[in-house]
Ligand binder design. Structure first.
Ligand code: DGL
Length: 267
């Protein structure tokens, strides 16, 4: 079995890698966090597409047999380019379609809320896919939330104050579900739940993406790896101590990050 390639703008996508590791424990994961270029949420669609295609190319060069676009900002702005780079024989799972499918399976009509980075919300991609399924969409960019979480501010006063400020206008009070459309948000899901009425279900894109990958790989599976040994690799484009410290918070267990430059950075 070839490794699963998972990428994100940084270490936040380790929440998706964690969900994938739980659902597909026999597969090795090659994770790539583009820490040199984060946040993608503040970049133009053209630049996000350039970064995402180069990472896809590199993960395939390293031998990956499938690609998971953990980053919602890349999924919303670069999926066509990533699919073109990967070619038809490589399963590509994005962060957006699986969660939209999960919402459509659970609810029929009504209002659905979405929060994400500016690049995700401005792309209108979630909105378009949900509206096609008959939902009314209330969306909001919550850009400071990801950077606060990345800096370790989750589960306390800083993230509570940000959530309160973003939600104070009350537009999410009547939604049936709120999609956490960013890799970082699972770490503040409990705090978000407390800021909303009990009637609002929270839907996390990491879990849906992991399930979609499992469904895509099962028919292709040629059985467990011969050795039974996983050989995960956790790569970043720029390694700092804070990324090393943060990685464990997102993955839920110790992670050894290594710096791995992309071709363009090698000049
Ligand atoms: N990983 C990004 C996402 O899911 C959030 C962080 C960023 O802006 O790079 O959209």
């Amino acid at each position: 079995m070839r490794p699963i390639g998972i990428f994100d703008s940084g270490i936040g996508g380790l929440t998706v890698a964690r969900a994938v590791a739980e659902v597909l424990p026999d597969h090795s994961i090659f994770y790539y966090g583009d820490t040199a270029h984060l946040p993608y949420g503040e970049k133009s669609p053209a630049l996000i597409r350039r970064y995402a295609t180069e990472i896809t190319r590199e993960l395939l060069r390293l031998g990956c047999g499938s690609i998971v676009v953990a980053c919602n900002s890349a999924s919303s702005n670069a999926l066509d380019a990533i699919r073109a780079e990967a070619g038809a024989s490589i399963p590509v799972i994005d962060a957006v379609h699986p969660v939209v499918e999960a919402v459509a399976a659970q609810f029929s009509g009504g209002q659905i809320g979405v929060i994400g980075t500016r690049a995700t919300i401005d792309s209108n991609w979630y909105q378009r896919l949900l509206e096609r399924r008959g939902f009314e969409v209330v969306s909001k960019a919550t850009p400071l939330l990801a950077s606060a979480i990345e800096a370790g501010f989750h589960g306390g006063e800083v993230s509570n104050a940000l959530i309160a400020a973003y939600f104070e206008s009350g537009e999410f009070k009547a939604v049936r579900a709120l999609i956490l459309g960013c890799t970082h948000y699972p770490l503040v899901a409990d705090q978000i739940a407390l800021a909303l009425p009990d009637s609002v279900a929270l839907v996390d894109s990491a879990e849906s993406a992991a399930q979609a990958l499992k469904a895509a790989l099962d028919p292709l599976s040629d059985g467990p790896e011969a050795t039974g040994a996983r050989a995960d690799r956790f790569m970043v484009s720029d390694l700092t101590e804070s990324f090393t410290l943060g990685a464990q918070r997102f993955f839920g267990q110790p992670v050894i990050l290594v710096e791995h430059k992309l071709q363009s950075a090698k000049g």
